[in-house]
Write a protein that binds this ligand. Structure first.
Ligand SMILES: [Mg+2]
Length: 313
């Protein structure tokens, strides 16, 4: 962000930073997904370049399912003029037919069922009933477009964020993690610094009688914890939430936030993606390192989608 930008230009820069930042975090973390923090350190030192490889055999800068699902959501919202879960479910099921890299087991089960049943809610609830404790980060990774659509109304944002989760992840912890992260993004678009944005998001959620207490606790823990040694960088939604908020609040630039996040290891592409969305909204598109953008396929499309979502809002 530069001093010459108008408020509207700053919001557009933040929105583009949010979606392109998500892709950058996904691509940076993809090659080290499944490695421990120690394994990453021993092999790469501190990973801060688009290296490619890893268990998915990625090209440098190649994004994974996190970015693909985010694109599906953003494109659906723009085409339909708002959040249409039937259309999003159809797009996700269509995308799934191409057997994308890196997709999680829970999301796979739901999308297979959507292809059979044509009813996302029944499919989603059936898979959840088969495994009631399943609360992965599969909807948190893709929820950011809803924040760009609904940043002007926190109550609409909460409802749409939860609805976007329910398409595949109806668990209440998943729904409220999406709401919390999107509230933080919306607060930053409204001008709040990261720590203030997290405090405001927590306050907004705390007023809701139906909020999941654990989502608030884990977010507070991320804000208060000084050490990364207390973090579990796994695919459980509350672990991903805590790691991403922690990385946002324990850094002072886009690059710092995203590199700290992916070097935690574990589900590093998704933790990178969620942190990238948050840090991109905090610092704007112009803060994303050019040496990373050079490797990211079609980031211009994500930038255009971000602008369209803001215009729709
Ligand atoms: Mg992934």
């Amino acid at each position: 962000m530069t001093i010459e930008q108008t408020p509207a230009e700053i919001v557009l820069d933040q929105a583009a930073g949010c979606l392109v930042g998500l892709a950058a975090g996904d691509a940076l973390g993809g090659p080290v997904e499944g490695m421990t923090r120690r394994e990453i350190f021993e092999r790469y030192g501190f990973l801060n370049e688009m290296i490619g490889g890893g268990r998915l055999g990625l090209e440098p800068g190649e994004t994974t399912d996190d970015t693909a699902q985010t694109l599906a959501l953003a494109e659906s919202i723009i085409d339909r003029g708002g959040l249409d879960p039937d259309d999003i479910a159809f797009r996700l099921a269509t995308w799934y037919r191409f057997r994308p890299k890196g997709i999680g087991a829970h999301t796979t089960a739901v999308l297979e069922r959507i292809a059979d049943l044509k009813d996302w809610e029944q499919a989603s609830l059936e898979v959840q009933a088969d495994n009631p404790a399943s609360a992965g980060n599969g909807s948190l990774m893709r929820c950011a477009p809803v924040a760009l659509l609904d940043h002007g109304s926190m109550s609409v944002l909460i409802e749409d964020s939860r609805l976007s989760s329910r398409i595949t992840h109806p668990h209440a912890e998943c729904q409220w993690s999406c709401a919390l992260v999107n509230l933080v993004i919306a607060e930053m678009l409204a001008g709040a610094e990261p720590r203030r944005a997290v405090d405001n998001a927590l306050a907004t959620c705390a007023h809701r009688g139906d909020v999941v207490y654990q989502v608030l606790e884990r977010t507070k823990h991320a804000a208060l914890s000084a050490s990364e040694d207390t973090l579990s960088p796994g695919g459980y939604v509350l672990d991903t939430l805590e790691c991403s908020i922690w990385a946002l609040l324990h850094s002072d630039s886009f690059e710092d936030a995203v590199t700290i996040a992916v070097n935690l290891g574990g589900d590093s592409d998704t933790i990178g993606a969620v942190t990238g969305a948050l840090a991109g909204a905090a610092y704007g598109f112009e803060a994303i390192p050019e040496r990373w953008l050079l490797h990211i396929n079609d980031w211009q499309h994500m930038q255009e989608l971000a602008s369209s979502l803001i215009e729709l809002a």
